[in-house]
Design a protein around this ligand. Structure first.
Ligand code: SAH
Ligand code: SF4
Ligand code: F3S
Length: 462
């Protein structure tokens, strides 16, 4: 049996897809195909966070239904499945089942039930996070919490993934150990607010907070790096920042969603922090880890956003100098409180697009300046990919700060850790020179992110 799967949305959806692939492989002997015409089962794992991809779903279903072989099934899964439920089958009768984001562990059951709709957002199956870890390679995703209690005024996620629950620590540790035993070097912990971990467990369990979880996972022998996404700026307390800085297994690249630099807009977004709080947390973080890599998410054109509000966002961008930026024009979403705002509060699409372009241009300028400053720096790179053939030879991997670095003329083993000096950049991409290979203990002891020259200006952040 052949499975074709299309995954949209965030890392949690990727993890859910991996779970469904493993379940279908282990229980129903499915193998993956990229050719839709060969598939016996077509899964579309959807995202609802903005309106556009959700709208595209129905045209996609139509196209897949035309292409598929006779008898092949189509399943719609993920956040749009939770959001629209049986409406999907009503609008698109070629769909065989609808499986909400919190219900993916039921994939093999719905296959057998014609027109099944499983979209319960309170469904609580803590073992849901763990499909077989076979064939994961050197990186594994681990859901540490599911759902979200925050209800930011623009966001549909609490209505597609339900209330937040944390996965018990002992389950996480035993799963992480299994991953490491099968060759995983880097874990990516997933949750909508990872640093709110421990607030509500899926069943009775001793209290553990996120910092304690990080500490416990970092003690697993053979594990090189832990990353996580996303922490919420509000829960970035000093205990967490100090652990982040001092624990060598925690990678020194972090995604801290800002959403807006305007305190007034942040208040309307119900984010729970203001501009000064965010800058203060970044200042503390940079004082502890000067060369930390920071990524963020920003929404422009939120209702009532004025030119001054937008300038506040631009100012935060200039002060923090993010390494990665995911930026979006505000998209009104049903169920959210901002959806109910009066139309007069909306920012016109032209103004929002123009602001998005300005934001992205400033980010590009910052990146090219930062790429120049990288020349001569040393990074420990965990090799993820390599190539040797047709006159070309290179290896590629990421630094602790999450920078993608290409090493020319050297084929390094996937999973090895190599010391690299940045020599130049090509089209914004960092190119490096192989220095030597490091053992796990040498790499953990070297703390290269502290040794590199500090380039943030004194007093740039308050
Ligand atoms: N839990 C994470 C975000 C998850 S959603 C957090 O709290 O930051 C991923 C990103 O999508 C958000 O960070 C936000 O920038 C964007 N997003 C969410 N709702 C949106 C909307 N209605 N319009 C535009 N972008 C949105
Ligand atoms: Fe959405 Fe806010 Fe929850 Fe993030 S914290 S998932 S933005 S409601
Ligand atoms: Fe992720 Fe999209 Fe759902 S961002 S949580 S797949 S709405």
């Amino acid at each position: 049996m052949k499975l074709f799967i299309q995954t949209l949305g965030c890392a949690m959806n990727e993890r859910d897809s991996a779970h469904m692939i493993a379940e279908l492989r282990d229980k129903k002997h499915y193998t993956l195909t990229n050719d839709i015409k060969q598939a016996d089962l077509i899964l579309i794992n959807t995202c609802s966070v903005r309106e556009k991809p959700e709208k595209k779903l129905f045209s996609e279903i139509g196209a897949f239904a035309k292409e598929k072989k006779a008898g092949a099934k189509i399943g719609v899964c993920g956040c749009t499945a939770s959001h629209l439920g049986e409406e999907i089958i009503k609008k698109a009768p070629s769909v065989d089942f609808v499986l909400g984001a919190r219900n993916v562990s039921k994939i093999t059951q719905v296959l057998e039930r014609p027109k099944a709709v499983e979209v319960d957002i309170d469904y609580d199956d803590s073992t849901y996070v763990f499909a077989s870890s076979q064939g994961m390679g050197i990186k594994a995703h681990l859901n540490i919490s599911i759902g979200c209690d925050k209800k930011c005024s623009y966001c549909i996620v609490p209505f597609t993934r339900g209330k937040e629950i944390s996965v018990p620590t002992d389950l996480l540790i035993s799963e992480a150990k299994k991953c490491v035993a099968s060759g995983v070097k880097e874990l990516l912990l997933l949750g909508q607010n990872v640093n709110n971990y421990g607030v509500r467990f899926s069943h009775s369990h001793p209290k553990t907070n996120f910092t304690q979880l990080l500490r416990a996972l970092s003690e697993i022998d053979g594990l090189y790096r832990i990353r996580f996404t996303s922490p919420h700026p509000l829960h970035m307390d000093d205990e967490f920042l100090e652990e982040f800085a001092s624990n060598p297994v925690i990678a020194k690249g972090i995604h801290i969603p800002l959403q807006s630099g305007s305190s007034q807009i942040l208040k309307m977004m119900r984010r729970g922090y203001d501009k000064q709080w965010y800058l203060n947390r970044i200042a503390k973080l940079k004082s502890l880890v000067p060369n930390v890599g920071i990524g963020t998410d920003i929404i422009v054109g939120f209702p009532t956003e004025s030119e001054q509000d937008f300038e506040d966002t631009m100012e935060v961008l200039s002060l923090v100098e993010f390494d990665t930026l995911y930026s979006f024009v505000y998209s009104p979403r049903p169920h959210t409180s901002a959806f109910e705002y009066d139309k007069s509060m909306l920012v016109s699409p032209e103004v929002a697009k123009e602001r998005l372009a300005r934001l992205q241009n400033l980010h590009k300028e910052i990146l090219s300046k930062k790429a120049q400053l990288e020349i001569g720096r040393i990074h420990n790179v965990l090799i993820e990919n390599h190539y040797n053939g047709e006159g070309q030879c290179w290896s590629e991997g990421r630094s602790s700060s999450n920078k993608l670095i290409k090493i020319l003329d050297k084929k390094c083993e996937i999973g090895s850790i190599v010391k690299v000096e940045i020599t130049h950049n090509e089209g914004g991409g960092l190119m490096g020179r192989f220095i030597n290979e490091l053992s796990l203990s040498e790499a953990l002891a070297s703390k290269e992110y502290f040794q590199n020259p500090i380039y943030i200006q004194e007093g740039a952040l308050c």
